[in-house]
Design a protein around this ligand. Structure first.
Ligand code: BTN
Length: 316
């Protein structure tokens, strides 16, 4: 009720009547929410008002900003988890349907690509995993992650007004800093060669400004401080889900790849292609129709990478 009436007072007696509880029970619950950090003002004779700026994530705080198919997503919002991807995979194995979303305000074992960890401090980031059951074969699984990158980039751009770029495969950059990482994990159905499920995990640094030493130089946040007048994390979560739901419906028409290329941070750049312990010099020349990165080596031979890692070469 407070979420639906955000910024307006809701009368305690009306709440009590609607919920068939006493006014004292309402008061006790409001007190508990306030203790959890909810900004709720009690105004004599008017009731209780959830402040516009209150930015604690909940299914109810995200729901008003969802549209289209995303409205039917099942949102599970938790405070602290190990890793939303790890838990979402367990949920997928247990049969959770497409459109199940796990969101957390903190991760204690956030995971990144290549076995790395993902720094996930409390309250200043958004950590989310979406379960999909796409009808794709393994060869096309790169389309999920690259399409998610476009969905995320355009959501961040809409909210911040800044240019957002993608470093293949799916690192999201703003103002030269990595502000978001995406980890897509999938399970193969060995009988038909298709995907059993895919979990798209997205971690966004929203207002984090204290990064550990090893990532300080590269990591950034989408806002330098919290915008005060709106629940920015809830709006961002909804915007991501709105974009993801529409882009996941049109994965195989490949139309999003034009936007992916336009946002590419790598095309035209001198890069190192990292293979095992070796790094090879090349130029990133294109993204092909299967979202692979095409690079050209000094001998003019070309290769299309569907996985792995590249880094930008600093030219003297
Ligand atoms: C990367 O940059 O290497 C990918 C980072 C992906 C982080 C997100 S946060 C939500 C989800 N849960 C995880 O443990 N990882 C992903």
């Amino acid at each position: 009720m407070l979420e639906v009436n955000r910024g307006r007072s809701v009368n305690g007696s009306i709440m009590a009547e609607k919920l068939s509880v006493t006014r004292t029970a309402i008061w006790k619950n409001i007190k508990q929410l306030q203790d959890e950090g909810y900004q709720i003002n009690a105004v004599r004779n008017l009731g209780y008002c959830l402040e516009d700026s209150n930015d604690i994530l909940s299914a109810e705080s995200i729901a008003p900003y969802l549209w289209g198919k995303a409205k039917s997503f099942q949102l599970d919002v938790r405070k602290t988890v190990t890793s939303t991807n790890t838990l979402a995979k367990e949920m997928a194995i247990a049969g959770a349907p497409e459109g199940t979303v796990l969101i957390a305000t903190e991760q204690t074992k956030g995971r990144g690509r290549m076995g790395r960890s993902f720094y996930s401090p409390a309250s200043t980031g958004l950590y989310m995993s979406l379960i999909l059951r796409p009808k794709l074969d393994l060869n096309d699984s790169l389309l999920i992650t690259t399409s998610a990158a476009v969905a995320v980039a355009s959501a961040i751009e809409k909210l911040t007004g800044n240019l957002v770029q993608i470093k293949w495969v799916n690192d999201i950059f703003m103002n030269g800093k990595k502000v978001c990482g995406i980890l897509t994990e999938a399970s193969l159905n060995v009988e038909n060669g298709g995907l059993e499920y895919a979990v798209v995990g997205i971690g966004i640094n929203v207002t984090t400004n204290d990064f550990p030493d090893d990532i300080k130089a590269i990591a950034g946040s989408i806002f330098s401080k919290k915008p005060t007048d709106q629940p920015i994390k809830s709006i961002l979560a909804a915007e991501l889900l709105n974009n993801l739901s529409s882009s996941m419906d049109k994965l195989t028409d490949h139309s999003y790849l034009e936007e992916y290329k336009r946002r590419s941070f790598l095309i035209g750049k001198d890069i190192y292609v990292l293979k095992g312990k070796n790094a090879y010099e090349a130029i990133a020349v294109d993204i092909d129709h299967r979202a692979r990165l095409v690079e050209e080596y000094p001998d003019k031979s070309r290769e299309a990478l569907s996985s792995g890692e590249v880094s930008v070469r600093q030219t003297p």
